[in-house]
Design a protein around this ligand. Structure first.
Ligand SMILES: [Zn+2]
Length: 294
């Protein structure tokens, strides 16, 4: 939050004829508005991990800016979604812009790296991919954006990228250093609640006709006892679902996420979890309306 300046425009002399518009102190009117920047790896990560926070911050009058490291070129497109001659990266740019609109964010800014693909894939060696990026240069690109948009709060990922995707790990590294370079102290690591995932997998496990994600639950996200903040965003799950649907090249109607019964979807996506770098053993997350700094 920016410091509140004196409300000159409330003083009676400010309302004299013809002078009121000139005297109006616009900066004081904007004093409660902060800029939230979300740094993500691929289009669709924003909706899944931080869509609720984005809606909440935007509805509260804050500026919401999404920076995406890559265009997600290595995703697996759903059958029939690509137009003739269209690449997956091009399609995902359009999808992300649509999702940003739904979530109350400005049009996305790309850091212009290529998707590295899952760990161990030959695409990890692509010199243009984010994993192979000159980290110093990537930090410079992001910190310039952070300064340009006057960021107050930045979200990145936890140090293992939630589930180990190279681009997500790189978001952590680059994001943390860029925040330091830009002088931003309100930095939060978006994570998943490992305990909640375990329970959910057990409940969902028995159901048929559902694509089950292949994941190693024991290393996913963060144990609840180490998480710093919980942002409750259950009231925004409808918009979050719409934003996920906007990513139609990736999230088909029969996907694990969208097949969830409504109550289950709300449990899975109505809460968003954030760590503070280097802070663990918190005894469980503190529930906040918005992240401190907003
Ligand atoms: Zn991703």
């Amino acid at each position: 939050m920016k410091p509140a300046s004196s409300a000159n425009w409330l003083r009676p002399e400010a309302s004299r004829p013809f002078a009121s518009v000139v005297d109006f102190d616009w900066s004081s009117n904007l004093s409660t508005m902060s800029t939230l920047v979300l740094f993500h790896a691929h289009p669709d990560d924003e909706a899944i991990a931080t869509g609720g926070l984005m809606c909440k911050a935007s509805d509260a009058g804050h500026r919401v800016v999404l920076v995406c490291a890559t265009r997600g070129e290595q995703g697996e497109p759903q059958e029939g979604v690509l137009n003739e001659g269209e690449t997956l990266g091009e399609r995902r740019v359009v999808e992300l812009a649509e999702a940003c609109e739904i979530l109350g964010a400005e049009p996305p800014i790309f850091l212009d790296y290529e998707d590295s693909g899952m760990i161990g894939e030959p695409t990890n060696d692509n010199p243009a991919c984010f994993w192979q990026a000159d980290v110093g240069e990537a930090i410079e690109r992001l910190s310039k954006i952070l300064v340009d948009v006057d960021a107050d709060v930045l979200t990145i990922y936890d140090d293992h990228g939630g589930y180990g995707h190279p681009d997500h790990i790189q978001v952590h590294r680059v994001g943390k250093a860029a925040a330091e370079a830009a002088g931003i102290t309100n930095v939060y690591e978006s994570t998943m609640n490992r305990d909640a995932i375990k329970i959910m997998m057990e409940v969902m496990g028995g159901q048929e006709d559902m694509e089950e994600p292949e994941v190693d639950v024991d290393t996913m996200g963060t144990e609840e006892a180490d998480i710093s903040f919980l942002v409750e965003s259950g009231e925004f799950t409808d918009r979050k679902r719409l934003a996920m649907l906007a990513h139609r090249s990736q999230i088909g109607p029969d996907s694990f996420f969208l097949q969830m019964p409504e109550e289950m979807f709300e449990i899975a996506f109505g809460k968003e979890w954030f760590n503070l770098t280097g802070v663990s053993d918190t005894g469980g997350p503190q529930t906040v309306d918005l992240l401190p700094g907003l």
